[in-house]
Design a protein around this ligand. Structure first.
Ligand code: AMP
Length: 114
């Protein structure tokens, strides 16, 4: 999608601090981290949100969770949060499906994301 900033990161048209990449997924550090570790895990294919997926995307959704687990392990996170915002009311700003992986400090003060 031409006007999507995350698609531009996938296409390497915008810079990002990439921590993981394979054929279908890329993960990079959030530009405005809310904790010492704040990584976004996204599908390379443009998908608006979890709500626009269906059962044919279940392999990809599982793989996104697997990458979240892997980057958390690589970052030595003892505990962390994985979250995805869906739609405006859900706090979603960038309309390209992404998992936030957040950790590196106690998160009890972090009731909302975005
Ligand atoms: P959400 O509110 O769930 O849509 O989250 C979007 C996230 O993308 C926010 O945490 C932003 O800080 C982050 N973000 C926006 N633009 C960039 C960018 N160019 N590189 C890295 N993270 C970004």
């Amino acid at each position: 999608m031409t006007d999507c900033i995350f698609c531009k990161i996938v296409a390497k048209e915008l810079p990002a601090d990439i921590v993981y990449e394979d054929e279908q997924i890329i993960a990079f550090r959030d530009v405005k981290p809310v904790a010492p570790v704040h990584i976004l895990v996204i599908p390379k294919r443009h998908i608006e949100s979890l709500q626009t997926t269906d059962s044919t995307d279940d392999q990809l959704l599982g793989a996104l969770m697997g990458v979240a687990r892997q980057v958390a392990k690589e970052q030595n996170l003892a505990g962390y949060r994985v979250a995805t915002n869906i739609g405006k009311e859900g706090g979603q700003v960038v309309k390209h499906l992404h998992l936030h992986v957040i950790g590196g400090r106690p998160l009890s003060d972090l009731p909302a994301l975005g």
